[in-house]
Design a protein around this ligand. Structure first.
Ligand code: F6R
Length: 607
């Protein structure tokens, strides 16, 4: 979702354009840049465009060379259409102040009325533009002993909602920044300062970084940082690591590369969390030990999208292997008042660690006095810092908008959690752990063995206007994930239902040739899945079966996508691969931008 990058450096505009390019994976629909030059006091130079950062680079041309301070933005539209005038930065009417904003100003309507009464002309349909006019008014009306930072802080007091904001003012060699509910990180090194929505673009350009916390308001200038008296000092740490280029390597797309990363990403998620004797699993990092976990009143899991479906599978594991009450919630629907108390644990699950709905749910659990923790992929993300404890997924950076390897890593971490809490018999534990250890090899085989079934299934789907996904038990949330992936990257309308529910309504949709994708591993649900498949077949459905079984169920199917047999608990980690490949292949055959599907963002930082 929206990205901010700012620089105080020699040729800062060039660095900002490069920073914006590195933030592209977050998803956006327009981009913009603003810069000031040494000793220049006139209107600020700006450029904005719909489309990509590459389009902004062409439009900016050489006009920004030699800029001493620059800020840039990639916008994912929330208020107002995708147009040049809605793109950030937004400038004051005299062009001397310009701002970029990530988040939502909830009282924009009321504030627009206020600035209208003050005589300001509004040039966009966004909620963000109001900030620059309010700042302009504060600067012009405050007493002469006050600074732009004071005016900025007064402006922020008028806002309701969430924000990361960077502002520059002609004649002042500083960037004003503030954070409230949207991520922002400062980088410094070699006399240069940077501000960014996430840490990735800072690798290689600075040596230290500091995450901003909610409520921090400060001015960055070459000589250092000035803070408002009531604001806390940013805490700098050494920046270690390197920027991982969004490079698909030998694969045509990032999504396909990330699907093929899974043998390694799952292995990394498991690494160090299984004992050498192959019997025990221990997921460290959580604020409670296994005894304390067992004594909880309940566990809540909050997440969105693919992370929610992984969490539903996680809830099934914990229910199956412990006596605990556990429930996975869509973060945006979390009934915190009903389910959180001091003896509950709420787990936030997220690839990015920046998803606003999940952050809000976790925060509400904390306010209710409960324990909170997180399973995040992005190191140092807002969610992991909010929780202050938790287990990282270690799946490696995921850049394609559609989540693939993070999903399998989430499920892997959940089975480890269930094993950590469980007091199951050693023989049962050993049976699971032994198969967990085989997972990376099985995923490799699943990815490499190509019997042409994915291609045949893609062919069927390419002639269809919709598809129905079914599964039972642990494969039911997985079928939701399969349908989500297909809708996201192939734009195919999909329905996902537990196999047993089909006959209670959705079966009315099935007619000759309706594709039904059935996930039916060899587990205790397979007999009933066979009945569901028969019900579909007798109404004319074309069945694509994802299964490690052989026999009558396979005979019913029009295409069988064979999967590697594993422990029944682990089947979602293997079976998600054909679902991801089907979505990818259909997307490619339909000519969609599989890595950047329309309307989607990688980090959803608004509610
Ligand atoms: C699906 C997808 C989204 C995310 C969801 C949560 O492919 O990418 O549904 O899973 O927006 O994102 P995170 O995991 O970053 O919280």
């Amino acid at each position: 979702m929206c990205g901010i990058f700012g620089a105080i450096s020699d040729d800062s505009a060039k660095l900002v354009l490069e920073g914006l390019r590195k933030l592209e994976y977050r998803g956006y629909d327009s981009a913009g840049l603003a810069a000031v030059f040494p000793d220049h006091k006139g209107p600020i130079e700006t450029e904005r465009t719909t489309g990509f950062v590459a389009d902004l680079v062409s439009k900016a041309d050489i006009r920004f060379q030699g800029a001493s301070i620059a800020i840039g933005h990639t916008r994912w539209a929330t208020h107002g259409g995708v147009t040049d005038s809605n793109a950030h930065p937004h400038s004051s009417n005299d062009g001397r102040i310009t701002i970029v904003h990530n988040g939502i100003i909830e009282n924009a309507h009321e504030l627009l009325e206020r600035i209208g009464n003050l005589g300001y002309i509004v040039n966009s349909e966004t909620d963000s533009e109001v900030i620059v006019h309010l700042l302009d008014h504060e600067i012009k009306s405050q007493s002469s002993n006050k600074t732009p930072l004071d005016a900025f802080a007064s402006t922020l007091r008028l806002l309701k909602g969430s924000w990361a904001i960077a502002a520059i003012i002609s004649g002042f060699d500083e960037i004003l920044i503030a954070r409230n509910g949207a991520p922002l990180v400062i980088g410094r090194g070699d006399g240069n300062f940077f501000v960014s929505s996430d840490i990735q673009p800072l690798f290689g350009v600075c040596s230290e970084f500091a995450f901003l916390n909610d409520g921090q308001v400060l001015a960055i200038e070459r000589s250092g940082i000035r803070i408002m008296p009531e604001s806390e000092e940013p805490y700098f740490e050494m920046l270690e690591g390197s920027y991982e280029e969004q490079d698909s390597g030998t694969f045509p797309h990032l999504m396909l590369k990330e699907i093929h990363d899974q043998p390694i990403s799952v292995s990394n998620s498991l690494s160090g969390r299984i004992s050498a004797d192959g019997i025990n699993a221990a997921l460290g990092g959580i604020c409670l030990n296994s005894e304390e976990l067992r004594n909880l009143d309940r566990i809540n899991i909050v997440a969105c999208g693919s992370a929610y479906y992984a969490s539903q599978i996680g809830a099934i594991y914990i229910r199956k292997h412990t006596n605990l009450t556990v429930e996975a919630f869509r973060a945006s629907e979390f009934p915190h008042e009903r389910v959180c108390s001091p003896n509950t644990l709420t787990i936030g699950v997220s690839q990015s660690g920046e998803t606003k709905d999940t952050l809000d749910a976790l925060q509400s659990a904390k306010l209710q006095g409960g324990h909170i923790t997180s399973f995040c992929n992005a190191i140092g993300s807002t969610m992991s810092r909010l929780a202050g404890n938790g287990s990282y997924l270690h799946a490696g950076p995921e850049f394609a908008v559609a989540s693939t390897k993070a999903f399998s890593s989430m499920v892997s971490v959940f089975i480890l959690l269930a094993l950590t809490i469980s007091e199951m018999k050693e023989v049962d534990r050993r049976a699971i752990v032994t198969e967990i250890r085989k997972l990376p090899n099985k995923l490799t085989t699943q990815l490499l063995e190509d019997d042409g079934s994915i291609e045949r299934a893609t062919e069927i789907l390419s002639n269809s206007k919709s598809a129905i996904f079914i599964g039972r038990g642990i494969s039911s949330p997985l079928s939701n994930e399969g349908a989500l992936k297909m809708m996201e990257v192939a734009y195919l309308p999909c329905l996902s239902y537990p196999g047993g529910e089909l006959k209670h309504g959705p079966i009315a949709l099935i007619e000759d040739g309706t594709p039904v994708i059935a996930i039916a591993p060899d587990d205790q649900t397979s007999v009933l899945m066979e009945s569901s498949i028969r019900e579909c077949k007798s109404r004319g459905a074309t069945v694509i079966l994802i299964s490690d079984t052989e026999g009558t169920m396979c005979d019913l199917a029009d295409v069988v996508i064979p999967t590697q047999p594993t422990h029944p608990d682990l089947s979602p980690i293997v079976n998600v691969i054909p679902l991801q490949l089907l979505a990818y292949e259909l997307g490619v055959s339909r000519g969609t931008n599989v890595d950047r599907p329309r309307n989607l963002a990688k980090s959803v930082t608004v509610t």
